[in-house]
Design a protein around this ligand. Structure first.
Ligand SMILES: *[C@@H]1O[C@H](CO)[C@@H](O)[C@H](O)[C@H]1NC(C)=O
Ligand SMILES: *[C@@H]1O[C@H](CO)[C@@H](O)[C@H](O)[C@H]1NC(C)=O
Ligand SMILES: *[C@@H]1O[C@H](CO)[C@@H](O)[C@H](O)[C@H]1NC(C)=O
Length: 430
């Protein structure tokens, strides 16, 4: 009977109904904002550009060693303890990631890069951080992405006084200082606003698919009101992305929000339509950062990953949901992964963990990995990419590392546990 009705006419009747039934339902008459990237129908397959515009000790240990002071554990202490901080970081930005990386990422069958950047690239009160050309490198990177047909998720990875205390927020500290200080939220939002204004102009086409308001706010820290403060920030900063070009012309950039280490179900009633449109929830999945989890064998680790099939499918009917960070690595053995000067849980040197085993065969140069270890890495890669496509897709952490191949997408391709045929079945264990 289809043929009796004009197709255009039929679609115009059915499409609003379909979208109203699915996630991110839009009010009738409101054009769907899927122009840049349709998180509801296309799977994100991406890689993080980690350790570039926010340097991390475990990704480029040589950069931190070059600082010449063992107190340099993050970008904040880099600025404090090295007179050469700005020149070392400037040459790092210039060399660590170049156009050829974007070409290789595209050739690997990926469609997205997620690029972390810290607030200190934008803020007038940045000291002791080095404020240099981070924003112009981000802009260059958006241009490279555009050239090679990749989408970009921009991610604010560090907020004033740190939202989690991790070294990768720029400032390693015992307790995050960002929560409950409104001026710090305002400064994070100002950084978001600067980026949203720039990348929603026509010069950058549809390249920036989403802007993530804040990476990994540790809302589970023992700080009263941390989650509520974060949700208030999300609702406020949403407007800076959505209305970057004014209230009358909403942009089509999606707004990405990290789950704050809460159960995904905590977000089922937050930032919902019709008030909030084009919101994507970001979950990070690691099972190596507690003594219990790092002790898991391959079977237990894979079984845990497999529970995300239903978790993501459920979340997906409330907010589009991606796994924006994950890894094939199955230990915390990589040097300085837990912070410069700290050992691993796996060898019983950190976090009151009992010794599980010897790290020497679990990290380092992938050329030396045993075939049994590479088989494990492949199972972990293939199972996760498959499971995470139950949601809106995935972004691997991270594209490259200096000396920890088990974390490097580039090395996984080179040594064979990562495939460039992402439609192939591979070693999916559930
Ligand atoms: C993995 O660990 C689980 C739980 O401790 C155990 O039941 C299982 O036998 C282990 N599997 C292997 C292959 O060692
Ligand atoms: C781990 O194994 C290597 C090589 O087999 C050995 O040289 C090293 O001492 C061992 N390390 C620990 C902490 O047991
Ligand atoms: C690892 O591989 C590199 C390069 O192939 C080699 O130079 C090095 O000696 C190897 N290291 C070990 C511990 O086998």
């Amino acid at each position: 009977m289809l043929r009796l009705v004009s197709l255009t006419c039929l679609l115009s009747i059915l499409l609003p109904l379909v979208s109203a039934a699915g996630p991110r339902a839009l009010p009738f008459g409101h054009a769907p904002d899927a122009k840049r990237f349709n998180f509801g129908s296309t799977k994100v397959r991406g890689v993080n550009i980690g350790g570039w515009l926010v340097a991390e000790p475990f990704i480029t240990p040589s950069l931190f060693q070059a600082g010449g002071d063992s107190r340099i554990v993050d970008e904040y202490t880099f600025g404090q303890y090295s007179k050469k901080a700005c020149s070392l970081l400037a040459s790092h930005w210039k060399t660590w990631i170049t156009e050829s990386d974007f070409k290789a990422i595209s050739a690997a069958g990926l469609n997205t890069v997620r690029i972390p950047i810290g607030y200190w690239a934008f803020d007038s009160d940045y000291a002791p951080y080095c404020q240099g050309s981070q924003f112009s490198y981000l802009t260059k990177a958006v241009g490279w992405a555009q050239k090679y047909g990749l989408k970009v998720v921009i991610d604010l990875h560090g907020a004033p006084a740190s939202q989690n205390g991790f070294d990768n927020s720029g400032h390693r500290r015992t307790s995050p200082g960002w929560f409950n200080v409104q001026s710090r939220a305002d400064r994070a939002q100002a950084a978001i606003s600067t980026m949203a204004k720039k990348f929603s102009t026509s010069a950058y086409g549809d390249t920036v698919s989403a802007i993530e308001l804040l990476n990994e706010p540790l809302t589970t820290a023992n700080i009263g009101g941390a989650l509520e403060f974060t949700i208030d920030y999300y609702e406020s900063a949403y407007s800076s992305v959505r209305y970057a070009q004014g209230k009358k012309s909403p942009t089509s950039q999606a707004v990405m929000i990290h789950d704050g280490f809460q159960d995904l179900s905590r977000w089922y009633n937050e930032l919902q339509p019709p008030t909030y449109q084009n919101v994507v929830l970001d979950h990070h999945q690691y099972s190596i950062f507690t003594p219990t989890q790092v002790a898991w064998n391959q079977t237990t680790r894979l079984n845990d990953i497999c529970t995300y099939r239903s978790k993501l499918a459920n979340a997906q009917s409330h907010l589009w949901t991606i796994v924006g960070e994950w890894t094939s690595a199955n230990t915390d053995c990589a040097m300085w992964l837990n912070g410069r000067g700290r050992g691993s849980r796996y060898e019983g040197q950190y976090d009151n963990s009992p010794k599980i085993g010897n790290c020497s065969s679990k990290t380092g140069n992938g050329a030396n990995f045993s075939s049994a270890f590479k088989t494990q890495l492949k199972q972990l890669f293939d199972t996760q990419r498959d499971v995470y496509e139950t949601g809106s897709g995935w972004i691997y952490w991270t594209w490259k590392t200096e000396s920890a191949s088990e974390w490097s997408y580039q090395d996984g391709l080179k040594y064979g546990w990562i495939t460039n045929n992402l439609d192939s079945e591979g070693s999916v264990e559930c």
